[in-house]
Design a protein around this ligand. Structure first.
Ligand code: PRP
Ligand code: URA
Length: 209
């Protein structure tokens, strides 16, 4: 059974409160997206396998653990997912990065693909799909469809704010994919925006409105 987890750590909740505030500047919004992503990364990587190694310290041998198993890849859904990448790469510097470009059609709210470039060996990697918002779930489902079509079998979804509709859509289409969120909000409004949410994540990260 896949994991669906809201990471309600006090530091994340505090930063999320500032992130949601419409008065928060673009600069601070961008910084907070990174900080929350880094904190979430800590939890979303909790179950990665490790193996024992021996390390010579200045005084003795120590039995230590290092990451084992599959190499990692981070795949942001453009545009807003880009805001989460740097903080993830700071913690997992060896990860490769793929990009999936999708935007929601303003009328139908369905995802439209405009870009997809993935590491050549993506099918052998543990993939973290990152996007601040999980609204109808259409973009997440489409991104995971692309990855599975390329042979990926180990996919974890990370969203800063989700909602029940988005979680249900991903679970129905991809019941094997774990979902980590910093908050799962109440519902969608008639424009498929998350309520209370934070507005348009892409516009707030890039200052386009
Ligand atoms: C936003 C967000 C997700 C998508 C979520 O992107 O970053 O990708 O909407 O909505 P959904 O769950 O209903 O698909 P948007 O389409 O606004 O594009 P942008 O990142 O380029 O602004
Ligand atoms: N995309 C956003 O950026 N915000 C929402 O609330 C829904 C989709």
């Amino acid at each position: 059974m896949a994991i669906v987890k809201v990471i309600n750590h006090p530091l994340i909740q505090h930063k999320l409160a500032i992130l949601r505030n419409k008065k928060t500047s673009v600069k601070e919004f961008r910084e907070l997206i990174g900080e929350i992503s880094g904190l979430m990364c800590y939890e979303a990587t909790r179950n990665l396998p490790t193996r024992e190694v021996e390390v010579q310290t200045p005084v003795a041998m120590a039995k230590c653990r290092v990451l084992a198993g599959k190499k990692l890849a981070i795949v942001p859904i453009l545009r807003a997912g880009l805001g989460m990448v740097d903080a993830m790469v700071d913690l997992i510097p060896s990860a490769k990065i793929g990009h999936i470009g999708l935007y929601r059609d303003p009328e139908t709210h369905k995802p439209v693909e405009y870009y997809c470039k993935l590491p050549e060996d993506i099918e052998n990697r543990q993939v973290f799909v990152v996007d601040p918002m999980l609204a109808t779930g259409g973009s997440a489902v489409a991104a995971i469809d692309f990855l599975k079509a390329r042979g990926c079998k180990h996919i974890i979804m990370m969203n800063i704010i989700g909602c029940p509709e988005g979680v249900k859509a991903v679970q129905e289409a991809h019941p094997d994919v774990d979902i980590y969120m910093a908050a799962c909000d109440e519902k969608l409004n008639e424009h498929a925006y998350i309520i209370p949410g934070l507005g348009d994540a892409g516009d707030r990260i890039f200052g386009t409105k």
